[in-house]
Design a protein around this ligand. Structure first.
Ligand code: ARG
Length: 463
């Protein structure tokens, strides 16, 4: 008969269909290293509580280390009869330490406090790896921003030309949210650094085991304050899932612009051959698949978060088996971000911008109309009037056949629109003039963007 962790009160073995339904080793086996590390810490507190002799704890830990080596080498793995990672590893321990000693490890702990702890250990490690990969995307954006210098692009709202901005300003506008995502993981870790081990099934342990000692050995700041909370809550997992989904969404917004900017119509950016794909039928094609996969995976990561929250929403305290469904969504998020972020960073780092085209388009579509209005305000005209006058300039341009741009209006045409519109207004009818005028903190003036670039660099270095 397969080794189960329960069975004493059952007359018959489990139905095959239940075994198939119940099994989780296909996804929770990745927690085997954390499970073994947790077991060693647990052996230490059993020893400290006098439940294992010096000799027993020595042999127990040696057997667990042997098991770890066998797992690492692929010499030991779950069998189809093992319900979960914990069951499989207890079988592995008993094979190595014997039934007598191996059977002592489980005292005072439950799979409920175990799994809650292992998931935190795993996600804490992964959050550091993922944060590093996000920072590689940030570095790529910051590098491109530095290379862009003072190159302007048409800044957009509603996807329509709005006001000229620096390409560097635009690229950094994608870098800051990603740095906040990294900050979110750092901040999340304070809440994740609390250990459920010692909570038992839900009520705590009667065997004199010290949860604080296990917590410290496993790298946590403290044990949980409440054993029910420790085994039944998954808000820490859900919060991780939110940060992962938010990161994917932030990456996806960059992706959408890369897709758009690399079209013939925009022609703002060229993808490196190494980060674009071809078509099996159309020989000319060069497709932005990295960006499209980023956009697609963002939907998937949001789905992972939504699924997890939906699993949690109706659960009574304490542990319910539904909670087994908490792992696949976050594991999927980890796996997707792990393959996506390096490709995305490479794609961003190797983009080539057509700065001439962007510069020539930057002032088109009447994107300097706001500059006329604000110039009038500096001349003492109320903004309400200034807005009307600048709008009339746009209308005058559009009445030409074909339409002209604002700077093509003659002095007479300007004067006819408003006596306030002297030829001096031409000083702001250039991209350079417009950019330089937006010189308050956080604005797109080249001096401010250069400072911002420095601050982005030092922020990224601090993370
Ligand atoms: N495999 C379960 C999980 O992932 C842990 C086992 C708890 N099972 C139980 N019957 N109490 O949540």
């Amino acid at each position: 008969a397969p080794l189960a962790l329960w069975g004493g009160r059952f007359g018959s073995g489990p139905a095959a269909a239940l075994v198939d339904l119940s099994r989780s080793t296909q996804f929770d086996w990745r927690l085997a290293p954390q499970d073994i590390t947790g077991s060693i810490a647990h052996a230490h507190v059993l020893h400290a509580a006098g439940l294992l002799t010096d000799d027993e704890v020595g042999r127990m830990v040696a057997a667990l280390e042997q098991l770890r080596a066998d797992v690492d080498a692929g010499a030991f793995g779950p069998s189809p009869d093992d319900e979960d990672v914990h069951t499989a590893l207890e079988r592995g321990l008993i094979e190595r330490a014997g039934t007598e000693l191996g059977g002592k490890l489980r005292a005072g702990r439950s799979r409920n406090d175990q799994i809650a702890t292992l998931v935190r250990m795993y996600l804490r490690d992964q959050s550091r790896v993922l944060a590093g990969l996000v920072l590689d995307v940030v570095d790529a954006l910051v590098g491109q921003a530095a290379a862009a210098g003072d190159a302007p692009i048409p800044g957009r709202t509603h996807l329509q030309h709005a006001q000229p901005v620096l390409l560097a300003h635009h690229l950094l506008a994608h870098a800051w949210p990603l740095m906040r995502d990294v900050e979110r993981w750092v901040d999340w870790d304070r809440r994740a650094a609390v250990s459920p081990y010692g909570s038992g099934a839900l009520a705590g342990s009667s065997l004199g085991l010290d949860p604080a000692k296990v917590a410290a050995e496993l790298g946590f700041d403290a044990p949980v304050e409440n054993s029910i909370d420790g085994t039944a809550s998954r808000d820490v997992v859900a919060e991780f899932a939110f940060v992962a989904a938010m990161t994917a969404v932030d990456v996806s917004r960059i992706a959408e612009e890369v897709v758009l900017w690399s079209t013939k119509e925009f022609g703002f950016v060229r993808l490196h051959d190494a980060y674009s794909t071809g078509s099996s039928i159309m020989p000319q094609k060069k497709n932005p698949d990295v960006a499209e996969l980023a956009r697609g995976k963002a939907g998937r990561l949001v789905g992972d978060l939504t699924g997890l929250l939906t699993t949690l929403k109706g659960l009574p305290l304490a542990y319910n088996r539904d909670l087994q469904e908490d792992k696949e969504p976050v594991f999927d998020q980890v796996d997707q971000l792990t393959v996506l972020l390096p490709a995305f960073a490479g794609m961003v780092a190797t983009l080539t911008f057509d700065t001439e085209r962007m510069a020539s388009l930057a002032p088109q579509g009447f994107s300097l109309a706001t500059d006329i209005a604000e110039w009038l305000v500096r001349e003492g005209v109320p903004f309400r009037v200034a807005h009307e006058v600048a709008g009339a300039c746009v209308r005058a341009c559009e009445e030409h056949e074909p339409p002209i741009e604002l700077w093509d209006l003659t002095d007479d045409e300007l004067a006819a629109i408003s006596p306030h519109l002297t030829p001096a207004v031409r000083s702001v009818l250039s991209v350079e003039g417009s950019l330089a005028s937006r010189s308050a903190h956080g604005g797109t003036a080249p001096v401010r963007v250069a400072e911002q670039l420095d601050r982005a660099r030092s922020r990224a270095a601090d993370l």
